[in-house]
Write a protein that binds this ligand. Structure first.
Ligand SMILES: [Zn+2]
Length: 110
């Protein structure tokens, strides 16, 4: 492992810790949730924060969180031990047009 890989891992741990710490508040303003069909692993959370739409992507090799508008413009990988797909930003945008904070749309990918 390079130093770069290790610091990415440490950043991932911080992201995860911050997400866990704010989970109750995130849940209350959740707008979108993707889970895997096999074990229900969390693939993506999107919620409304005062700063705008935020996302949390727990994909093991990527583990990322932040403002959705700052995320990779091409899309986001949804990934767990059981599956791996890619959701394009325009698809995500279409889904997000129909959601309301606090009554999240839950998607199970199949
Ligand atoms: Zn899974």
């Amino acid at each position: 492992m390079t130093t770069e890989g290790r610091s990415a891992g440490e950043a991932g741990a911080l992201i995860k810790a911050a997400y866990e710490a704010h989970r109750a508040r995130i849940k209350a303003s959740l707008v979108l949730e993707y889970r895997c069909p096999q074990r229900g692993c969390l693939l993506l959370h999107v919620w409304l924060s005062p700063a705008g739409l935020m996302y949390y992507n727990p994909a093991p090799r990527l583990l990322a969180a932040g403002l959705l508008e700052d995320a990779d413009p091409s899309g986001l990988p949804l990934e767990c031990d059981h599956m791996r797909i890619y959701i394009a930003r325009d698809v995500l945008g279409m889904v997000l047009e129909k959601v309301h904070p606090g009554t999240p749309v839950r998607h199970v990918i199949w």
